[in-house]
Design a protein around this ligand. Structure first.
Ligand code: C2O
Ligand code: CU
Ligand code: CU
Length: 506
């Protein structure tokens, strides 16, 4: 699709921090408009028509302190027609352009969580059945973490996000400040996405699956989407000039389907200090890092021994056999800047304390199967526990109680499972015989349970549930009651019924 785009010719864009419109009684109030605009994504591409928050892709970054709540008015100022091929044969609400913003990873009341059916149109003229309020409230009571916001509108999240509706949201706290991590110019967000382009520079998103053997509508949803071009902070394969010192990178995989396994072609290790829900208990030294959609990784890379060198951030996951596939490169670091002052930042060994949920009482266990099925048109439609979005709510944990959820993945590929409202802990993963399961419907374990990887031993809101494994997480439901969602974060799955409501009961 995309013509060959030269790599590492554009500088990595810095992402600006949004300022509040006003601060009243110590409560900051922000306004964000979703609009259509064009932005240059590569030196040799015509400006691309996008949808973004405040005319930016990615949107502006929120940078807030723990304990300081904020209010945000998310406004839809988009045109009446969708930018991308819209399939009306899956769960569909009218009108076609509808938005609702979700702050992923946040502990937020349900009326500000961005429930998919709480969508709204331009000037709030029309709203979905779950719409409650125009101004969203974020308490920011949770520990320091890298969160992100993105669109979550019913049935079209994949398209709205692909069009550009994503941004980062950072919460800071004292605990983290005391660690003397690299900061200021040395703390950099990296928002990784994949896209494909048409010749004229416009976004390409398929209007039908590759070989539509059956009589499918046009447009028709695709079962997954992998772009052939990698962007970081809204630039195609950018480069960044760095000093020979330590940098902190807050990495987010904001791609629709694509997972990455990141490494540096210099062969050097790097350090992971945080995950979805904030700091890890201790620093983890890594050579490779897997990131499924929606996962965040807080990294430190030390460039001090690489003066004058160029280092490529590479990816060796999901590259398809296509010889034209170029997605093994992500971006380039050039250690060409002179050291402005001595590097006094630290890579601490111990970072934080995370009380284990395992020591408490467990009020409930749920076996939740990830099952392949087909929709009425015969298209693949992976489901959660064989239930569709519109089936009655089945998961109703009680406020303040702890449950263990087992994601039993009976499909041949990984699904990143996300639960709203809470940060959970991963207990373990255990392989079972997939063939035997497919014949008998029974789980026969083929090995012992594995504890989570060292870099998963913090708080998580999204977990990779690999094929043929039972992935167990332990969750304490709170601090709010209400109706939320849990789902696969492959957006093509989420939009096609791999999403379920849940209710935290009083
Ligand atoms: Cu990142 Cu339900 O979303
Ligand atoms: Cu979320
Ligand atoms: Cu999935």
């Amino acid at each position: 699709m995309t013509r060959k785009l030269e790599k590492f010719v554009d500088q990595l864009p810095a992402i600006n921090t949004i300022k509040p419109l006003e601060v009243k009684n110590k409560r900051a109030f922000y306004e964000i408009k979703m609009e259509e605009f064009t932005q240059k994504l590569h030196r040799d591409l015509e400006p691309t028509r996008l949808w973004g928050y405040n005319r930016q892709f990615p949107g502006p970054m929120f940078d807030v302190n723990k304990g300081e709540p904020i209010d945000v008015k998310w406004m839809n100022n988009l045109p009446g027609k969708h930018l991308l091929p819209l399939d009306e044969s899956i769960i569909h609400h009218d009108p076609e352009v509808r938005t609702v913003t979700h702050l992923h990873g946040s502990e937020t009341r349900s009326d500000s969580d961005g429930y998919p059916e709480a969508w709204f149109t331009k000037d709030f003229k029309q709203v979905g059945p779950f719409f409650k309020r125009e101004i969203y409230h974020y308490p920011n009571r949770q520990r320091a973490a890298t969160l992100w916001y993105h669109d979550h509108a019913m049935g079209i999240t994949r398209l709205n996000v692909y069009a550009g509706l994503v941004g980062m949201y950072i919460i800071r706290d004292q605990e983290e400040r005391r660690l003397k991590l690299p900061t200021g110019d040395y703390e950099i967000p990296l928002i990784i996405t994949d896209r494909s382009f048409n010749e004229d520079g416009s976004l390409f998103y398929p209007s039908q699956p590759n070989n539509p053997s059956r009589n499918l509508p046009n447009p028709s949803i695709v079962p997954f989407f992998l772009g052939d071009t990698i962007l970081v902070n809204g630039k195609v394969w950018p480069y960044m000039e760095v000093e020979p010192k330590k940098y902190r990178f807050r990495v987010l995989n904001a791609s629709n389907t694509r997972g990455y396994q990141l490494y540096l072609d210099s062969g050097q290790s790097f350090y992971q200090i945080g995950t979805d829900g904030g700091l890890l208990p201790r620093t983890v030294k890594l050579d490779k890092l897997v990131m499924e959609p929606a996962e965040r990784a807080d990294l430190i890379i030390d460039f001090s021994k690489y003066e004058g060198k160029s280092i490529i951030l590479k990816n060796d996951l999901g590259s398809n056999p296509d010889p034209n596939d170029e997605t093994f490169d992500v971006m380039q670091f050039r250690v060409t800047k002179t050291l402005t002052k001595e590097d006094t930042s630290k890579i601490p060994k111990r970072l934080s304390t995370i009380p284990s949920l395992k020591t408490g009482m467990v009020a409930g266990y749920r076996n939740l199967k990830l099952i392949e099925s087909n929709d009425p048109l015969g298209r693949p439609m992976p489901l959660l526990n064989n239930k569709k979005w519109e089936d009655p709510v089945t998961e109703k944990p009680r406020l303040g109680t702890t449950e263990i959820w087992s994601f039993i993945n009976t499909m041949p590929f990984t699904h990143p499972i996300h639960i709203h409202l809470i940060q959970f802990q991963i207990l373990d993963r255990r392989p079972f015989d997939l063939d035997f399961y497919n014949k008998t419907g029974q789980i026969r374990y083929t090995g012992p349970a594995r504890p989570p990887e060292p870099n998963e031993r913090g708080l998580k809101d999204t977990v990779a549930a690999p094929a043929g494994e039972v992935t167990r997480v332990i969750v304490r439901f709170g601090p709010y009651s209400g109706q939320y969602v849990w789902h696969c974060h492959i957006l093509e799955h989420e939009d096609h019924d791999m999403m379920r409501p849940f209710i935290v009961r009083e």
